[in-house]
Design a protein around this ligand. Structure first.
Ligand code: 13P
Length: 304
């Protein structure tokens, strides 16, 4: 509506005034995605944060994403418009609980999903996202034991894909976990010609029913490039905005109405505007923690 458009215009003006860049995850609200300079998956967001010349990064996403941006770009101001936007999956593991696990498996390599705190990253050898988890695991010598944290569903998918045995953590994403095999079967009954594309944070029983398993950007690229024109989408609802924009002639059906991440929806266009006006709330990371976490993130980025 008109009021939203006015706020969006003001955000675009403020962005220039403050030499800021807005990075938005694909699960963000449509109007927030529309003002962003870059919209993408966790890997693309991390790469963009690492390479920007802007003085200020407004991170339209959740806490761990802004934290990673700060670690990769420590000299920049990193803003998280809604400081309460967290990740229940990231909260399933602490540095202390990971240290305990490491003590049980001395010599194991720790691979940690980017959905984790800076402290947990600092205790890890290498980070991965859903886009590069298979490559990251394949980069580790076959004789080494691997602890994979904290997403057990992504871990299960990567273990099957690589044939490696992984020591899994018992974390999962509440939003993806809500998607059941019955939801997929029902969506397929309604759209028998559609291909099923899901995120690897989905349960193994859901992944088993999929035609493709990708990160959010991976799902979008698949829909854009595949000759097929009907797709059932098993990830958070926010992705539908870019699917509609990038593949307007294709039919994409969200696999379930339950696929909404409440944390991703906390960031509103009003809060983005306020963050740019006040340059708050800023994300800070303890320098010692940041140094160690950066090593683990850089090992991931070097893999590509
Ligand atoms: P990607 O966008 O990297 O696929 O991650 C999805 C997600 O669950 C982010 O929290």
């Amino acid at each position: 509506d008109e009021k939203t458009q006015k706020i969006m215009d003001e955000v675009v003006r403020l962005k220039k005034e403050k030499n800021a860049i807005i990075l938005a995850h694909l699960y963000q609200r449509p109007e927030v995605q529309e003002v962003a300079d870059y919209v993408g998956d966790s890997l693309g967001l991390a790469r963009t944060a690492a390479n920007t010349d802007a003085e200020v990064i407004v991170f339209a996403g959740v806490h761990f994403m802004a934290e990673s941006a700060k670690i990769l770009s420590p000299d920049k101001i990193v803003l998280l418009p809604e400081i309460e936007a967290g990740c229940p999956l990231a909260d399933t593991i602490t540095a202390e609980s990971l240290r305990k696990k490491k003590a049980e498996h001395p010599g194991a390599i720790v691979v940690t999903y980017v959905n984790s705190s800076a402290e947990v990253k600092a205790e890890s050898d290498i980070i991965c996202t859903s886009a590069n988890a298979v490559k990251v695991i394949e980069s580790i010598p076959p004789e080494r034991e691997i602890i994979f944290t904290p997403d057990r569903n992504l871990g299960d998918y990567v273990a099957k894909k690589t044939g490696r045995k992984l020591i899994l953590w018992d974390g999962y994403c509440n939003t993806h976990q809500r998607l059941t095999p019955d939801d997929i079967r029902q969506a397929k009954a309604e759209h028998p010609n559609a291909k099923v594309l899901v995120h690897p944070e989905c349960r193994p029983e859901v992944v088993a029913l999929a035609d493709g398993v990708f990160s959010t950007t991976g799902i979008i690229n698949y829909v854009v490039n595949d000759p097929g024109d009907e797709f059932i989408i098993g990830t958070e609802a926010g992705i539908m905005h870019q699917l509609t924009k990038k593949a307007p002639h294709k039919k994409c059906y969200l696999a379930s109405k339950k696929l909404i991440c409440p944390n991703m929806k906390l960031t509103t266009i009003e809060k983005v505007k306020l963050a740019l006006e006040t340059l708050e709330p800023q994300i800070e990371v303890d320098p010692e923690i940041a140094k160690k976490a950066l090593q683990a993130l850089e090992r991931m980025l070097a893999i590509g």
